[in-house]
Ligand binder design. Structure first.
Ligand code: PMP
Length: 454
């Protein structure tokens, strides 16, 4: 229907929304986003918003309305839209080569369609390596409290957030949780000693489980939905040492941080880590096509290639839409834009401004307990009391988000059911943000905090 009211009604009547949108539908005006340009989006009633979330979930890294990406996708679809990923493709080969240039030490790219699927692929490779090369041992996969890896069964088995408890079980066996690394409420005197202790807690889990049973450790470089948790000093270096010591493969989930979000191509590169698997999705094609990648090393590839029992055939997956060529065509142009427009540099510069503005807000608003982040990826944790660090009630956090929306700025919040997970405002504007955009975002937050909390 052309009539927007009818369209909103059709949406209300027939679309099963993600997250808990339906709860909101009972109480607030439903919202349909119909257009986007640069940093801005418009809803069905014509209201304009500055989007500080890159499409709600850290995705539209290069901004809305990129006709060059649309053209690249169109050209590819007209030339060849699809052939199953078991064969090679022009955009697939081009993009893999370009991606690998940015990821020293890694050589192999497996295409699929979502972050969840990319993570599943890595988990399955760990299991195959255990079966063929470790006599069935080293099959366990460690994941971290507060981290998130997707919506499929394996990814949920590796979920460090309350979703794991949403009556979906039983899960596949062999997924084991390690403690989070949020320093804010820790009792350590300094970041360095906490960072080492948080990493050593992973070693303790490996020792408890038995090092010969643990195959991989899967971590977000910065925990995103679980609170924008930046790793404490010394953490990553120690994690790497532990993985090397116990021959545990390191899988970094770059679904949020990948493709420039932190001001580097990948978040792990900020911390000097050498991963065995890197997974990516969201910002990979900025939402212009569905694509994800599982990237790994030649050493891992060789384990499959040289498998005596069944060389290479063992690697049996075929994902239908992993062969859809719109994905790599869009990803290639997305990457070209990031380079040509120096968006990594812009992310670094605008990220510093965002940090400064948030720290200035913190001086005026006692509710901001801590500001954490890197590049254009920040969280402001809201507390009821700075001394006790008691989290601010979820309803108040949501009221701040709603007030910003009323002011025409869309921000996010960690919106989970457990206290301590639902009280962080999340900011992730597109990497094209200007100083004026950043200032407008933080001005709106300041106004919203005053309006909601006084
Ligand atoms: N990993 C992380 C860190 C994520 O934030 C997400 C999505 N929010 C995923 C994986 C899953 O990606 P997708 O939704 O594309 O399956």
């Amino acid at each position: 229907p052309n009539d927007m009211t009818a369209l909103i009604e059709a949406d209300r009547a027939h679309v099963w929304h993600h997250l808990s949108q339906h709860k909101a539908y009972e109480t607030v005006d439903p919202q349909l986003i119909v257009e986007g340009k640069g940093m801005r989006i418009w809803d069905a009633r014509g209201k304009e918003y500055l989007d500080a979330t890159s499409g709600g979930v850290w995705t539209v890294n290069v901004g809305y309305g990129r006709t060059s990406i649309a053209d690249a996708v169109r050209d590819q679809l007209v030339k060849l839209n699809y052939f199953a990923g078991a064969k090679g493709s022009e955009p697939g080969a081009r993009f893999a080569q370009k991606l690998i240039e940015k990821m020293p030490g890694l050589t192999r790219v497996y295409y699929s369609n979502s972050g969840s699927e990319a993570n599943e692929k890595a988990f399955k490779m760990v299991r195959q390596i255990a079966a063929r090369h470790h006599g069935g041992r080293k099959w366990k996969i460690l994941f971290r409290e507060r981290d998130y890896h997707g919506t499929t069964f394996g990814a949920l088995a590796a979920c460090g957030q309350p979703q794991r408890n949403a009556d979906y079980g039983p899960y596949p066996d062999g997924f084991v949780e390690v403690p989070h690394c949020l320093e804010y409420r820790s009792q350590y005197p300094d970041a360095e000693s906490y960072g080492i202790a948080a990493a050593d807690a992973i070693e303790a889990v490996i020792l408890r489980e038995g090092p010969d049973t643990v195959g991989a450790l899967c971590l977000e470089p910065i925990t995103a939905g679980g609170g924008v948790i930046t790793p404490p000093a010394g953490y990553w270096q120690r994690v790497q040492e532990i993985c090397t010591k116990y021959n545990v493969l390191l899988h970094i989930d770059e679904v949020v941080c990948g493709l420039g979000r932190t001001g580097a191509w990948f978040g792990y590169q900020q911390y000097g880590v050498t991963p065995d698997f890197v997974t990516m999705a969201k910002g990979l094609a900025s939402g212009y096509a569905a694509i994800s990648c599982t990237v790994t090393t030649e050493a891992i590839f060789d384990l499959f290639k040289s498998d005596a029992a069944d060389p290479m055939n063992y690697f049996r997956d075929i994902s239908t839409f992993g062969g859809c060529l719109a994905g790599p065509a869009a990803a290639l142009e997305n990457m070209r834009i990031i380079e040509e427009e120096s968006l990594l540099e812009n992310t670094q510069a605008m990220g510093l401004r965002l940090r400064d503005n948030l720290l200035a807000l913190m001086e005026r608003h006692a509710a901001i307990g801590e500001v954490r982040g890197c590049g254009l990826f920040y969280g402001a944790e809201l507390v009821a009391d700075r001394k006790t660090r008691e989290p601010l009630a979820e309803a108040k956090v949501q009221a701040v988000v709603a007030k910003c929306m009323e002011l025409g700025v869309i921000i996010g919040a960690t919106n989970r059911s457990l206290p301590g997970l639902n009280n962080t405002l999340t900011l992730s504007p597109a990497l094209i943000a200007t100083e004026a955009d950043i200032d407008r975002i933080t001005d709106a937050i300041g106004q919203a905090l005053t309006s909601v909390l006084g």
